[in-house]
Design a protein around this ligand. Structure first.
Ligand SMILES: Cc1ncc(C[n+]2csc(CCOP(=O)(O)OP(=O)(O)O)c2C)c(N)n1
Length: 326
């Protein structure tokens, strides 16, 4: 007899985050065309299972560091939806009072310490978070989330080496969506083995189906437990697929850098419906309960969008506050 990997409480938490991310990303994609949201926006539609599972496996006081494709982990870690959408509209109620836009979200009150537009940029900072926790004797874990292209940066290797050498409480999560903008991983990397690179640094590496939220959650929970108990870092490679264009709300399969067939195959492995099937067949949640959760999220997202649109811009005199201005 196989045991159920998650219980009803976990299923509810995972589904809530999964649907929150999907609904908010789709809402942003829809609103973007109105041209009131002026910042570059990198959506994670199709990839939601990874941030949803990662966020659910963490405590509020754990640290997380992300990329410009960061709406998912920001929301999954518990960041304010209103403040995120206000930020996208450049409003004073935004996470940085409208100065950073979508790419540099932050929510220190829930451990989302920073995101960066620099590919690989936050990986060593996450290791610093782990080092700080260890030096202070805190049992928190620090997580670096990054794309497959970041594994081509030297800093990825430096960070893994140092984290393993010092047995730091760090989890490296690679969202492998196979593309760096328009370039497939096979044209950039000599081998399809991201998770195996952990072995070079004497640490555990694991590959999971990134569209299977339960698989990502299980891998993440194990990595977090090991890190929290002094066992050092883990590298998780979660394989998934970005549906929309690299930057912006549109569909771009007509550009020819990836085939319609490939996209269709991935969309058949769609993470939300797949999890809905799993939880209903396993009798963890009923179809009615799923509908109620979704309806509440849709309402909450619409309310937050209205709030963001209607809230004021910062005063012009704030232009140089909070930014580096020598
Ligand atoms: C250090 C650095 N080099 C190049 C770029 C330009 N750039 C922006 S996004 C991107 C692709 C990154 O792909 P990946 O890390 O796989 O993440 P994804 O966008 O697929 O989530 C590149 C090369 C950058 N922002 N930073």
């Amino acid at each position: 007899m196989t045991s159920m990997p998650i219980d009803t409480t976990q299923a509810r938490a995972l589904y809530t985050k999964l649907v929150l991310i999907r609904e908010v990303e789709e809402l942003i994609a829809h609103a973007y065309a109105e041209q009131q949201m002026r910042c570059p926006t990198h959506l994670c539609v199709g990839q939601e299972a990874v941030p949803a599972a990662v966020g659910t496996a963490l405590r509020p006081d754990d640290y997380i560091f992300g990329t410009y494709r960061g709406h998912g982990i920001y929301l999954a870690k518990g960041g304010s939806l209103r403040a995120m959408l206000a930020e996208l509209y450049g409003k004073a109620a935004g996470v940085t009072r409208g100065k950073s836009g979508s790419m540099q979200l932050i929510a220190p009150e829930v451990g989302f310490l920073c995101a960066s537009a620099l590919v690989g940029g936050t990986i060593p900072i996450a290791v610093g978070g782990g080092l700080a926790a260890k030096m202070r004797g805190e049992d928190r874990v620090s997580v670096a989330v990054f794309g497959d292209a970041a594994t081509e940066e030297g800093v990825f290797h430096e960070a893994m080496n140092f984290a393993s050498l010092k047995k730091l409480p760090v989890v490296f999560v690679c969202e492998n969506n196979f593309f760096a903008v328009y370039t497939h991983i096979s044209a950039r990397q000599c081998a399809d083995n991201i998770y195996q690179r952990a072995a070079a640094y004497d640490m555990h590496g694991v590959r999971v189906d990134g569209n299977d939220i339960v698989a990502v959650y299980e891998a993440m929970r194990e990595a977090v437990a090991v890190a929290r108990n002094g066992g050092g870092p883990t590298l998780i490679e979660a394989r998934t697929y970005r549906w929309r264009e690299h930057c912006g709300p549109n569909w771009d399969n007509d550009l020819g850098y990836r085939s319609a067939e490939e996209a269709k195959n991935w969309m058949q492995q769609e993470p939300v419906k797949r999890f809905e099937r799993f939880v209903t067949e396993a009798r963890l949640l009923s179809a009615d309960e799923l509908r109620t959760i979704r309806e509440r999220i849709v309402e909450e997202a619409a309310e937050a969008l209205t709030f963001a649109k209607n809230s004021p811009f910062p005063d012009a005199c704030e232009l140089l506050t909070g930014v580096y201005a020598p």
